[in-house]
Design a protein around this ligand. Structure first.
Ligand code: SAM
Length: 215
């Protein structure tokens, strides 16, 4: 059993990519970013262009680190909501980072519980590869639906290393889903959902970022 399988815990058939071991994931996240978590996630908030007053949705929010930084950037009048299918994860996010303008809800990317045009910005980090492939297109469609026209999206997902040894290590520790993560498909899939791609970039050693707008 690899680390990825351990973190997932008991599979939820409605959300097979959900991570149930929330505290262990939070610890892993602190460790993996090696003191650079605030810097890295801060860059994502900057790339997404979150501004005071924005209503932000974080999809696959996990323990809510990015959600909280987005809420900070949207203050004082804006807010951020993190959505995740894992109840333990939502509980941990509320405990660690819930505040007046930073909240968390149980939900799945492919069936978002928000009216059309609710948000100014959608963000997501390290979560796209957790959304089952057969509903990933639907998930991007949902992100499009809940954004207002002119709204922005920033998706950051794990970019597999190119070297043979490092790829092998990622496969052994985290699993094939991360080792073979097809991040190059994100931009075309966003275009299929109706988005206009603005840019693709790298943040840090292992994040592939796609920025797009809803026309
Ligand atoms: C690797 S964690 C990333 C958490 C956080 N965004 C971060 O950057 O630390 C991936 C998250 O996606 C969530 N997830 C799994 N399936 C999902 C789905 N269908 N819709 C939304 N989130 C999902 C998992 O429960 C998990 O919390």
């Amino acid at each position: 059993m690899n680390l990825g399988q351990l973190l997932h815990g008991k599979r939820d058939p409605r959300a097979p990519g959900a991570i149930q071991h929330a505290r262990a994931y939070e610890l892993l996240s602190v460790t993996a970013f090696a003191g650079r978590r605030r810097h890295t996630f801060g860059r994502l908030v900057g790339l997404a262009g979150v501004a005071p007053g924005d209503r932000v949705l974080d999809v696959g929010a996990g323990p809510g680190y990015l959600t909280a930084l987005a809420a900070e950037a949207a203050s004082p009048d804006g807010s951020a909501v993190g959505v995740d299918p894992s109840e333990p994860m939502v509980g941990e996010a509320r405990r660690l980072r819930g505040s007046a303008n930073c909240s968390f809800e149980v939900g799945r990317a492919e069936a978002l519980d928000a009216p059309d045009g609710t948000f100014d910005v959608v963000v997501s980090s390290l979560a796209v590869h957790h959304i089952p492939e057969d509903v990933r297109g639907a998930a991007f469609g949902e992100m499009f639906r809940v954004l207002r026209p002119g709204g922005r999206i920033l998706l950051a997902d794990f970019r597999p290393p190119r070297g043979r040894l490092t790829r092998h290590l990622v496969g052994v520790t985290a699993g094939a889903g991360m080792r073979d993560n097809p991040v190059e498909r994100i931009a075309p899939m966003l275009a299929d959902a109706g988005f206009a791609t603005v840019s693709e970039s790298r943040v840090g050693a292992f994040l592939h970022c796609v920025r797009a707008v809803k026309p």
